[in-house]
Structure formats: structure tokens, C-alpha cells
Design a protein around this ligand. Sequence first.
Ligand SMILES: [Zn+2]
Length: 383
Amino acid sequence: MGPGTNNLQVRKINRNRVFRYINSVEKTSMPEIASALRMSTPTVLGVVKELLKEGIVEEVGEFGSTGGRKAKAYAARKDTRYSIGVDLTKNHVGITYTDFTQQAKCHERVYKPFEDTADYFQEVARLIRKFVEENQIDQDKILGMAMAVPGIVDEERGMITASHALGIHGVSLDKWKDYLPYPCKFTNDANAAAIAECAVSDIQGNMLYLLLSNTVGGAARMQTLNGGEGLKPRLYLGDNWRSCEFGHMVIRPEGNRCYCGKIGCLDTYCSALRLAEQTEGNLERFFVEMEEGNEKYRRIFAKYLDDLTIAVDNLRMQFDCRVILGGYVGCYLEPYIHVLQEKMRERDIFGSSGDYVMACRSRKEASALGGAVLVMEEYLESV
Ligand SMILES: [Zn+2]
């Protein structure tokens, strides 16, 4: 802790560390917390008493005796609060919710083509209310919601400055908020998916997330020195909320024209459409038929992996950290990841084994879950 840290701040930090520890395990005891966090027993005792009184931690029996008095077991009440995450895409609305576990409790995807109209947002609000009702989520426990959007979200000015996928530019988010049933934050869909991946896979350090959906985007979570709290990873957002637009890195200067106007962007080679266009938009069918022996699909996929290799190698050279492949295609890559890792190894000038590239583990409604985690994380930070 820095020299400027006063007693009140120390108390707050200790309280949060104790709570986070209890929340990270199924159940624990006072001596175990004190030992894991290297805190004095009276400090831990004081915090646990507070958390018990507030009802966010509860007593759940006793641990077996090791000779002396039996230690009481404590656990976080994971269902004390809920948050809702919504993912808006060109054609669908995805909804999920989470609790202290930061895992998806349930999710739903509804076909609903986007329109920037009152009717559309009234319908989205109705879907959210229906979802809350059907899952019997206690209204009083809902902290709020976050909405992930495929576009540049300026969170400071509360605007979507541009979204190619939704076909909108310079849209104020305030008018959308008015229709929604809960206080709502907005975030970029790739950033949200990266947040979900970190929660699901329990990733602690630096990471890049390459979103391979119908457009290609990305996110970067970077560790920086943060006051007295040590290394705390944060999303890197850029000067204009346009960081990590990996889809518009040029990988083939003599190549195809991208929708952005440039020639040879990664997006034109590695979007999910490049595979799904073979099977009338059905990506699952592409992988199934390829596995059944479709030679043409095998060649297309091999070429896809070649292009992906160039991009991932470039990212590794710039950021020197793990690269997670997510989005629609990322969900199908686990069986082929060793092929990709071998390709990365061959290119790596620093002799890495290539195992820094991984397929995503958060595969269902990742962006929606990321939104829910964003809201929940803010609450957990405040405990
Ligand atoms: Zn482009």
C-alpha cells in the first residue's frame, strides 16, 4: 500500500479482500482466511462479523475438529444480488443473468432484427421483463443491466459513434435507456466477451481476445501497476474507444476489399461469414460437413487457419501475451487448436511453443454474460 493510504482505505481494502476470498471458495473458516490473506485473526473476525450482519455472508456449519475447537464454516450468499446482460446483434437479442458466481445462470437468444426505433426497444424491454419473470429473478435483488453492442461505444459521452453491423452512427444512448426496465450501461461486444472469458476461465493476467463473428473485433486486457493494490488487469480502451479493431489490420495488401474501404483487412479473411457462406449461413453445418469429409470445406478451413495464423502472430509480436479466439468461429476451434498452436510455434521468433493461442471457453452468449459480469463486478468491488 502506498504512503498516502489511510486507515479507512486500509479497512475498506481488507474488507473487500476478505469478502472476495470467501466468495471465491465454496466455504471457508476464520483461520483459513487469515492464513490465505496473511491477515490478523482480529481483523478477519471484524470483517466477517460485518459481512454476516449485512447478510452477504452466512454460517454454513462447522469444519471437522483437528483437536481444538471446531472452526465455523462461512460462505458467501451468492444469490444476494443479480445482474442482467443483453447482447444486441444485427438479427438477435441475447439475454442472460448472473449472481456472485459471475457465471451464466441461464440464457436465451431471440430472433429480432435490429431497428433504431421505439418499437424495437419496447420489444427488447418486453423480452427482458419476460426473461426475469420466467426465471423468477427477485426484482429487489437486481442491480441493473448492461447491453453489449457491435460497434464503437463512447462510454463517456454515452454514444454509439459508429456501428457497421447495426448500420448506425452518432446515436445517443439516452434515448435507448428510457425504454429499458433497469439502469443500463453500454459496452462494446468484444470487450464484453473478453470480460466473460476472464470470469469463466479465471484468467488473471494479460490477454487479447480476438472476436471471430460475422465481423472481426477484439479486446485487450492489460495488467498495469495500480496504486497499492498491485497488478490489476483493466481493459485497454484507446483514446477514442476504438482500441483493438483487429478486424481492420491489413494482412494481405494486394487482397480483397473490406467493407471499411481498405484492401486486405483481416475481417475479409477471418469473419465467420467466410466459412458460413458455404452452408447458407449455418456455421455448425460447415464444421459438421467438413468433419464428414467434405474436401472443399477442408481446403477453405485450411486457408482460413493460414490467414488467422498471420493475424495471431502479429498480435503476439505486439502484445506478448495469450490470445483467446472467441466469437462464432472461436466456439468451434477447440478440436483444431493444436494445429493452430503448431503453426504459431513455427512462426515464433522467440521460440514459444505456440500454446499462448487458445479457443474461448465462454461459448454461450459470451457478450451478454460479459455485460452482466460488468455490472456485478462493480458491485463486488464496492463490498
Ligand atoms: Zn477493413
